[in-house]
Write a protein that binds this ligand. Structure first.
Ligand code: CP
Length: 316
């Protein structure tokens, strides 16, 4: 029988135990079955309310969290920087405490400041879920990435996962490194040295600067976005140069296993970190990742709001 998750918040995969990751993935596969039904809605979180506080742009994370809450019959409210009293100088903490006073069961927070969800979580008994904090962590993205890998390969143990691109500024990379290593996968990092510092080997990942070596026998290639908004310094000479040496192209995949997965958390800079022809490549599972994002976020909302194990009755 599945166990519940007893911690209050989902802040990062650094803190989560392997068993907790397994529970979230297992529930997400059950939630995915719910999403295949003609009526994709269950009453599991009826009467609960989720507040989304997104202070950074988002397409996938925000929409899939909102859809996940609605699929579980929770009520939702949205607070953003524009249109709230934050514009009058109210702090994020005061904003959260005031909204919480209205009766909230979970806050889902995205913010440009690394660590802000941790700070807020310490000031409330309500569940706080990190939807991406600065360059720090994006736990639900890594969970949906692991779900996509597990769905295709039936396991995570022993998979060779290459994460390519701007690792330095990537919260997705950090969460995937923590999560995949806990699940006994092998993680390789590849990109220009200023964007893939050797220090990342301290996490337990392998840092490689030679594309051929990086790609050898990989099961998964995960491209990451060149984050123009965070590249305050010049980390490589030009986009053209980056594309020439570091972009993932169909030629790179030609000699790899026919089952290799091509992944990307999005948004993709097509023609920069990923060649345009990858869009229609048969191994591209980028949109499957997005589909799995709804199931993972249903699982996360379920566990962190209810704190219960998932029984069959919760799926009806
Ligand atoms: N992958 C991801 O976090 O995308 P959004 O920024 O659109 O949410």
């Amino acid at each position: 029988m599945q166990k519940g998750i007893k911690r209050k918040d989902l802040l990062g995969l650094k803190e989560l135990e392997r068993g907790e990751i397994e529970i979230i993935l297992e529930t997400a596969f059950s939630m995915k079955e719910v999403l295949k039904r003609p009526i994709k809605k269950i009453p599991t979180l009826r009467g609960k309310t989720v507040c989304f506080m997104f202070f950074e742009p988002s397409t996938r994370t925000r929409s899939s969290f909102e859809l996940a809450a609605k699929r579980l019959s929770a009520d939702t409210i949205n607070i953003s920087g524009v249109g709230s009293a934050l514009q009058k100088g109210e702090s994020v903490l005061d904003t959260m405490l005031n909204i919480n006073a209205m009766g909230i069961d979970a806050f889902v927070i995205r913010h440009a400041s690394s660590g802000l969800p941790y700070f807020l979580a310490r000031h409330t008994d309500t569940a706080v879920i990190n939807a991406g904090d600065g360059m720090h962590e994006h736990p639900t993205q890594a969970l949906l990435d692991m779900m996509t890998m597990k769905e295709r390969f039936g396991k995570l143990e022993g998979l060779r996962v290459l994460i390519a691109g701007d690792i330095r500024h990537s919260r997705v990379a950090r969460s995937n490194i923590y999560g995949l290593l806990k699940m006994s996968a092998e993680v390789r990092l590849f990109g220009p040295p200023p964007l893939v510092p050797k220090e990342f080997e301290q996490f337990g990942a392998e840092v490689l600067y030679d594309k051929k070596k990086a790609l050898r026998n990989v099961d998964v290639i995960m491209g990451l976005r060149i984050q123009r908004e965070r590249l305050l310094e010049s980390f490589f000479p030009s986009i053209r140069e980056y594309r020439k040496f570091f972009a993932i192209t169909p030629q790179d995949i030609e000699n790899l296993s026919k089952d290799v997965l091509i992944m990307h958390p999005g948004p993709v800079n097509w023609g920069v970190e990923m060649d345009y022809d990858i869009i229609k490549h048969k191994n591209n599972v980028i949109l499957e990742q997005v589909t799995n994002g709804v199931a993972i976020r249903m699982s996360v909302l379920y566990h962190f709001i209810s704190g219960e194990k998932l029984d069959e009755e919760h799926l009806n």
